[in-house]
Design a protein around this ligand. Sequence first.
Ligand code: NZQ
Ligand code: ZN
Length: 389
Amino acid sequence: MLGNFKYSNHTKLYFGDNSLAYLHGELEKYGKNVALVYGGGSIKKNGIYDDICKILNDSGKNVAEIGGVMPNPTLAKLREGIKIAREHNADFILAVGGGSVCDYSKALAVSVYCEEDPWEKYFIRFEEPECKIIPVGCVLTMAGTGSEMNAGSVITNQQTKQKIGHVFSDEHIMPRFSILNPLYTMTLPHYQMVSGIYDIFNHICEQYFSGEDDNTSDWIAEGLMRSLIHSSLIANKNPQNYEARSNIMWTATWALNTLIACGKSTDWMVHMLGQAVGGMTNATHGMTLSAVSMAYYRHILPFGVKKFARFAVNVWGVNPDGKTDMQTAGEGLSMMEKWMRELGLVMNISELGVSEDMLKSLTDVTLIMDGGYKKLDRDEITEIFRESL
Ligand code: NZQ
Ligand code: ZN
């Protein structure tokens, strides 16, 4: 553990099939005017909306609704929400939904009282808020992003086709509390469930595939990956298995709540490639990651072969006896690909609507990170996209 870091996390979690019981007590801590943020309607179909409204009502809250937050929430939708929350004098934002709703609520929290343009300030210049931040609480309905316990927010500008995430440093942007009821995730379509599972897995990879030192964060990461692979195979066959779904939900939170980034430089290049695809196609986040992953990891393997060999042995159970590190590492990636195919993930970007003529624009909007095993240049990025077609 050779890196230096600071660690703290402000989010209080309530986990389990009875966790909504704690919402009332949490709401008592905040003002009367609540902005209730939700997505395209799933919470109305599965009854979560009614349960939440009853608790808000019993708590005497004055509620303004901001519904219709779409997957990959847009800047235009953010501007709409800012107006509603401002007029309502919102004291508190309650996010009920998946990562999109949670991310959107955090962006709203730092924008309502912001005097500058939030897109320019937070997503182009990556500045921290100087204005009052409205506290956010979250009732999570989809496991994947980790947004329930981090300070990240990803917003899409449809005009410029840019999808940009900002991980804020200010801990006040993290949800004050998150309610994690695995039962709420049971109504997710299979496509969304497995997309979330791959998002979780890739969050762990993004942090794991960096650095050379012996780091406790990597040992934790391996445990999380093994648990996720185990539970994902159960949930893939039987999505109603509570034990598997609860483990997946818990793993999602720990995969991206800053713990396993401690002491790591972290990679995040799969997310940059995936976000470029997402900005152009509006495809489902986890699928944009799965579609570029194999081409990316095969490309960087030679630069981090020792770590990829360790991944093969410790995560996928590959027997290294009599093999070179290169062979062991390659076998690990093949096992990973087999698992991804078994889950039914999207394995190429053509399926998400990308064609050869879009590769240049995709390359142009891809942000380049340098915390992984190889800092890519523009040609390599185009090549990885081409291999992912
Ligand atoms: O909108 P509704 O009707 O609620 O439907 C949603 C949506 O269509 C549906 N859904 C959610 N919970 C459901 C449900 N359907 C039935 N039953 C339920 N219980 O699922 C669809 C996808 O929801 P969404 O919130 O978009 O998914 P996810 O949680 O994967 O969030 C994706 C967003 O998070 C960002 C992504 O880029 C993307 O914009 N990310 C945020 C991160 C962070 N804050 O740290 C990191 C991630 O890497 C990611 O980039
Ligand atoms: Zn992600």
